[in-house]
Design a protein around this ligand. Structure first.
Ligand code: NAD
Length: 284
């Protein structure tokens, strides 16, 4: 019998708790947590993501301020805005929605955001602290994966975790998070030979690839925990993951659906990071 890991329900439960926590903290500090979201250009998908982040903030009592800038905004102007937000005591978290237009250097932007306000966990200081196993703001999607495992009492300690995908956003930070929980970690990627035989060894198998249903029955060990980070849109508009969901439901002990799995957890972890940054700012 396979158990579905319900990310949507977990996210809703966490947000309800965060809403209460925020109101208590506002009474204590007299200040409300503030998140600044920067969007450069009019990419339709990015506009939806930013709107969703604003709505999520409202739902837990975080003040969100969106800075919607034209696609022609120069890197210098963007850096000046970040400098202003870094200094603004009402703003505790800053994120710049990626991708930014080609004339802007992504690294320069990410490195300019104060590490204390870096709620995406992309600043090299936060990346370094994650590697060192120290307290830091962590990238939201892999942090959401760890939160889901924890909520379902799945302890990575001693387990073999196979990660498919080595992106800076998901795969690489997840390696560290799993190591920090004493898992044995194998990471695979587009140049990996005989992917199925490696995936089959995973007690915990995480797919973060962006290739629809790459992971099939042959990749899943009987009784494994299967986490599907992938979000792919089929021609008929339906969202599907990197894992064949039917196979996962038959072979895995636990598995995440797409949609309603990792997706809702990502924004929830952004809220968690913003509250963390705010608490750090007031020492509460
Ligand atoms: P990416 O394109 O940056 O990285 C993909 C990784 O997959 C690379 O490391 C690449 O080497 C590897 N890869 C590609 N083809 C492969 C193959 N055939 N075999 C093995 N490895 C292969 O992607 P990303 O940003 O990490 O995102 C991955 C997926 O996760 C996408 O579908 C994305 O939409 C989704 N995603 C979901 C969330 C969420 O909130 N649920 C957040 C971020 C990304």
């Amino acid at each position: 019998m396979s158990t579905l890991i319900d990310g949507k329900a977990l996210a809703a439960k966490m947000r309800a708790q965060m809403g209460e926590e925020v109101e208590n903290l506002v009474k204590e500090t007299g200040k409300r947590p503030g998140l600044a979201v920067i969007l450069v250009g009019a990419d339709p998908a990015s506009q939806i993501y930013v709107r969703n982040k604003e709505k999520a903030c409202e739902s837990v009592g975080i003040l969100s301020t969106a800075h919607r800038l034209s696609a022609e905004t120069s890197e210098e102007e963007l850096l000046k805005l970040i400098d202003r937000l870094n200094e603004d005591p009402e703003i505790h978290g800053i994120l710049c929605q990626l991708p930014v237009p080609d004339h802007i250097c992504t690294d320069n932007i990410l490195q300019r955001i104060s590490p204390q306000k870096d709620v995406d966990g992309f600043h090299p200081i936060n990346v370094g602290n994650l590697v060192l196993g120290k307290e830091c703001l962590m990238p939201c999607t892999p942090a959401g994966v760890m939160e889901m495992l924890n909520a379902y009492n799945i302890d990575p300690e001693g387990q073999h975790c196979v990660i498919v995908g080595r992106s800076t956003l998901v795969g690489k930070p997840l390696i560290q998070m799993m190591l920090n929980k004493n898992a044995t970690v194998t990471v695979t990627h587009s140049r990996t030979r005989d992917l199925a035989s490696i995936c089959c060894q995973g007690d915990i198998l995480v797919a973060a690839v962006g290739v629809p249903e790459l992971i099939g029955r042959d990749h899943i060990k009987q009784g494994a925990v299967v986490i599907d980070v992938g979000i792919n849109r089929r021609e008929d508009g339906k969202l599907i993951g990197d894992v064949d969901g039917v196979a996962a439901a038959e072979v895995a002990s636990y598995y995440t659906p797409v949609a309603g799995g990792v997706g809702p957890m990502t924004i929830t972890m952004l809220l968690k990071n913003t509250i963390r940054a705010y608490k750090n700012a007031y020492g509460v």
